[in-house]
Design a binder for this molecule. Structure first.
Ligand SMILES: Nc1ncnc2c1ncn2[C@@H]1O[C@H](COP(=O)(O)OP(=O)(O)OP(=O)(O)O)[C@@H](O)[C@H]1O
Ligand SMILES: [Mg+2]
Length: 343
C-alpha cells in the first residue's frame, strides 16, 4: 500500500497538517469538494471507520512518501516507520528528472527517439530544457553532418496547419516541438494525423484526404512519409484526464511516445527546484544579486507560498525584477501583483 503525507487537509472540522497515512484511494471530488481516502490509524480520534475521507483542496495538498512499510497490525508503528524524503534526496530526484529531460531531448533531436511528451506544472523549465538542447544542436551542427531543422510551434494549430508543419519537417533530420499547443492534443483530426505520423511501423504515412486549395497552392502532396521527430510539451497530465473519450485518444498517442512526467507536483518540490536553479548560479545570473538578496527572495516566497499565484521559476524571476526595481518597496509590489487577495 502507498503512503502519503497530507500537507493540508480537514477531517470533521479539524485541520490536518503534515501527517502521514496509508492511502486507500487518491484524490476525488464529492459534494463537499475534493477529498482523499486514508486508512484509520487511530491518530484522528476514537471510534472512527476504517476508511476516512479527508477533505483537501487539490492533489498538491498531499504527497507520496517513499519507503512505506511494515508491521501490518500495528498502525501506529507504520506511521512512525515512514521514511521521509530528505531535502537532499528530493533535490537529487528532481535533478535526475531534468537530466532525463535533457537526455531524451537529445535523443529526439538525434532521431533515436521519434516522439516524446513532456508534462509538468507551469514555469518549471520544460520549454527551457528542450529549447536549450535544440539551440546547442543547431549551433554545433552535431547531427551526423546533417543540418538540424527544428521549429517550435506555440499556441494553437488547425488540422491543416499541423499537416503543413508535419510536411515541412518530415525529413529525418527534423524536429517539431509543440509547446503548450494543447489544442492539437484535444482535436480528433489533429490526433489522428499525429497517430499516423508517430506510428511504430517502418513507414509512417499520413494523408490529407479532402480537397484543399491551400495545400495545392503550396505544392504539398496529399500524402507523404513522415520521418522526423516530435516533442510535445504540455501542462496536461495525461493519466489524470477526466473524460474517458479523451483519455482513450491520448492513450493512443502516449503509446506511440516516450512520456516524461516531471512530477513537480508538491509545493515543496517546486520550491526546491527554484532553489536548485538559483544555487547553480543561473536563475538570477542577470541580476547581480548578493547571496543575501537571493535568500531574502526565497524567504519571501516560502513565507507566502500559499498566497502566490503560482510557485515557479517564472514567479521567482518576477519577484527578482521587483527587487531590482525597488530595493525598499519590492515586497509591497509583489504583494499587489503576484499574490491572490487575502481571504
Ligand atoms: N535551467 C534553467 N536555468 C535558468 N533559467 C531557467 C532554467 N529553467 C527555466 N528557466 C527560466 O524559468 C522560466 C520558466 O521556464 P520555462 O518557460 O521553461 O517553463 P515551462 O515549464 O515551459 O512553463 P510553461 O508550462 O508555463 O510553458 C523562464 O524564464 C526560463 O528562462
Ligand atoms: Mg513552456
Amino acid at each position: 500500500m502507498s503512503a502519503i503525507r497530507i500537507l493540508r487537509g480537514v477531517y470533521r472540522g479539524k485541520t490536518i497538517k503534515n501527517q502521514c497515512f496509508t492511502l486507500v484511494s487518491g484524490f476525488q471530488t464529492g459534494p463537499k469538494g475534493g477529498y482523499v481516502t486514508i486508512a484509520n490509524n487511530g491518530s484522528l480520534g476514537k471510534n472512527l471507520p476504517d476508511n476516512i475521507r479527508v477533505l483537501v483542496d487539490a492533489i498538491s495538498d498531499y504527497e507520496m512518501v517513499n519507503g512505506d512499510t511494515v508491521e501490518q497490525n500495528k498502525p501506529a508503528a507504520r506511521v512512525a516507520a515512514f521514511v521521509v524524503e530528505t531535502e537532499e534526496q528530493a533535490m537529487t530526484r528532481i535533478r535526475e528528472r531534468f537530466e532525463i529531460l535533457t537526455e531524451m531531448s537529445k535523443a529526439c533531436i538525434g532521431g533515436d527517439i521519434r516522439a516524446m511528451i513532456v508534462s509538468g506544472p507551469p514555469g518549471v523549465g520544460k520549454s527551457h530544457g528542450v529549447e536549450q538542447e535544440i539551440e546547442k544542436a543547431t549551433l554545433f551542427d552535431k547531427i551526423a553532418g546533417k543540418r538540424l531543422r527544428a521549429e517550435v510551434v506555440k499556441g494553437s494549430a488547425t488540422p491543416i496547419g499541423l499537416y503543413q508543419a508535419l510536411y515541412k519537417y518530415s525529413d529525418p533530420n527534423c524536429v517539431l516541438v509543440f509547446d503548450d499547443c494543447d489544442s492539437i492534443l484535444l482535436d480528433d483530426v489533429c490526433l489522428n494525423l499525429l497517430k499516423g505520423a508517430l506510428d511504430s511501423g517502418k513507414k509512417r504515412k499520413i494523408s490529407w484526404l479532402s480537397e484543399s486549395s491551400t495545400l495545392r497552392r503550396e505544392g504539398i502532396p496529399d500524402s507523404f512519409d513522415f520521418k522526423g521527430s516530435v516533442i510535445f510539451i504540455t501542462n496536461l497530465k495525461f493519466d489524470k484526464m477526466k473524460s474517458q473519450k479523451l483519455r482513450d485518444h491520448l492513450d493512443a498517442l502516449q503509446s506511440r511516445c516516450h512520456y516524461l512526467d516531471l512530477t513537480l507536483d508538491t509545493m515543496r518540490d517546486k520550491i526546491l527546484r527554484i532553489k536548485q536553479i538559483a544555487k547553480d548560479g543561473v536563475l538570477f545570473a542577470d541580476y547581480d544579486f548578493e547571496p543575501e538578496t537571493q535568500d531574502t527572495i526565497f524567504e519571501f516566497m516560502e513565507k507566502n507560498q500559499d498566497r502566490l499565484r503560482e510557485m515557479s521559476l517564472r514567479m521567482a524571476l518576477k519577484i527578482a525584477d521587483l527587487r531590482k526595481l525597488s530595493p525598499d518597496n519590492w515586497r509591497r509590489l509583489a504583494e499587489t501583483t503576484c499574490m491572490k487577495a487575502a481571504d
